[in-house]
Design a protein around this ligand. Structure first.
Ligand SMILES: Nc1ncnc2c1ncn2[C@@H]1O[C@H](COP(=O)(O)OP(=O)(O)OP(=O)(O)O)[C@@H](O)[C@H]1O
Length: 429
């Protein structure tokens, strides 16, 4: 069925009453996309005009970078609420795939060719995200997701297939990611997640971020974290959740100033302190995820002892020394990497989480470093020499008693996710 929607102007966004104190003087963000119009035609294709598509057309009908592109004319299927009720068997609780700050995600079925809803068990599986109807912030996120993921195509970004906006109901339909999220594997399973898969996944995620940062008008993802890295059947990473993404600064501006939103533990210090957002703020969050895959510990856990709640604040000093770094590695993956790999991981992670954004590397450099680490890791597997870390008998320093001796990553893996602060998934300062 056809549906015509016109996004409200940016002023209506402030009518939400939320964060009315905050400045949003960025030049182009989810809000500014509101000046664009999304019109769904009767055959369910979507035409869109926005600053983003103008930037794309400036570069000869689509930008190719890291095998991704800005689509010259995005095509998203427009679903009715009834369509998605059918596709998800009436949002049956047992078809729920997960829950985020803005709503629940359900397994659904659609026809692979027409993308029309189909009966459970026939066609292809999709993930249907239904936003909480009470969430005012949810609309801005939904709109941002449609705008960004409707335009961007890259092997390491999740594919948005369609959407629904009907009365208060806002839904998004994505390709189904059968292996769930990196967060699930790292923290919600009792078995430690293998090191080679951890590396493979962060390389895919780095390619996704490098693509966003390499666009002519760069895109700041702003919500990089383990739960937003989804995994296909080969454990290839796909970035999801562009609800907080922003277009980067234009021309002479060096940063975007915006409301402070994100997730505890991942947000860069300059952003937390000033609201100034850079592509390098994403690099910081990427470094936090690197620290998570090294240690098997969450970026932020209020249940850890004083001084250890923030993984970065706690462990940054250990990253600068290759002798110290092997002691912070997840005990569950001992023997799966060499001390050289651990030291290289420490080096690149340390550079990503530098307090000054200028001192952080570009994502292309991070990607190169990780690919190098992967090559060392594979070479080590082939020669099947005993990894140095595996044979290390040094005891951990006493301040690691929670993380690495008394329970360690294994204990943290079995704990529930720490609560988030702010509206929905976001923290608001
Ligand atoms: N395309 C998908 N395929 C398979 N599972 C998915 C898909 N999208 C989301 N999920 C599942 O649903 C869960 C919730 O996703 P969602 O993006 O709503 O929240 P989140 O990123 O985990 O948290 P938050 O929104 O608070 O940041 C994910 O952790 C994942 O397990």
């Amino acid at each position: 069925m056809g549906l015509c929607i016109s996004f409200p102007s940016s002023s209506s966004h402030s009518k939400t009453g939320l964060h009315s104190h905050a400045s949003t003087n960025n030049h182009s963000n989810g809000t500014e996309f509101s000046s664009s119009t999304v019109t769904a035609t009767t055959n369910s294709s979507v035409e869109r005009r926005s600053q983003f598509s103008e930037a794309a057309s400036e570069s000869a009908g689509g930008i190719m970078s890291y095998s991704g592109q800005i689509l010259p004319s995005p095509s998203l299927h427009v679903y009715s609420f009834l369509d998605l009720t059918t596709a998800t068997k009436n949002f049956k609780p047992d078809s729920m795939l997960g829950q985020g700050g803005f709503g629940k995600v359900y397994r659904g079925w659609i026809d692979a060719k027409t993308l029309a809803p189909s009966k459970a068990g026939s066609g292809m599986i999709v993930a249907v995200k239904r936003l909480n109807s009470e969430s005012v912030q949810g609309f801005a996120e939904w709109r941002s997701e449609v705008n960004f993921l409707g335009m961007l195509s890259h092997p390491n970004l999740v594919k948005l297939l369609g959407y629904c906006r009907e009365d208060k109901e806002l839904l998004l339909v994505y390709e189904f990611m059968p292996k769930g999220s990196l967060e699930n594997h790292l923290f919600r399973r009792s078995e430690p997640f293998p090191w080679d898969l951890r590396i493979k996944i962060v390389i895919g995620a780095a390619r996704g971020l490098a693509f966003l940062h390499g666009l002519q008008r760069e895109v700041i993802y702003r919500d990089f974290k383990a739960s937003n890295i989804l995994l296909d059947s080969n454990y290839d990473a796909r970035l999801s959740d562009f609800g907080l993404a922003k277009l980067g600064p234009s021309h002479e501006k060096s940063h975007v100033t915006t409301r402070i939103m994100g997730t505890y533990g991942y947000a860069a210090p300059e952003y937390m302190a000033t609201g100034h957002l850079y592509v390098k703020s994403d690099v910081y969050a990427f470094g936090v995820v690197l620290l998570e895959i090294m240690t098997g510990l969450r970026a932020h856990n209020p249940k850890r002892p004083n001084g250890q709640e923030s993984l970065v604040d706690w462990l940054r000093p250990e990253l600068s020394s290759k002798h110290k770094v092997k002691h912070i590695m997840d005990e569950g993956i001992k023997g799966q990497y060499s001390s050289k790999v651990a030291a290289e991981m420490g080096r690149i992670t340390f550079s990503c989480i530098q307090p000054d954004p200028k001192n952080r590397p570009h994502m292309t450099e991070v990607l190169d470093a990780l690919e190098h680490i992967q090559r060392i890791n594979v070479a080590q597997d082939r020669s099947s020499t005993k990894p140095a870390v595996a044979s290390s008998s040094q005891s951990s320093p006493s301040h690691y008693q929670y993380g690495y001796r008394a329970g360690g990553a294994g204990a943290e893996r079995r704990r529930a996710s720490p609560g988030r602060f702010g509206v929905g998934k976001a923290m608001v300062a």
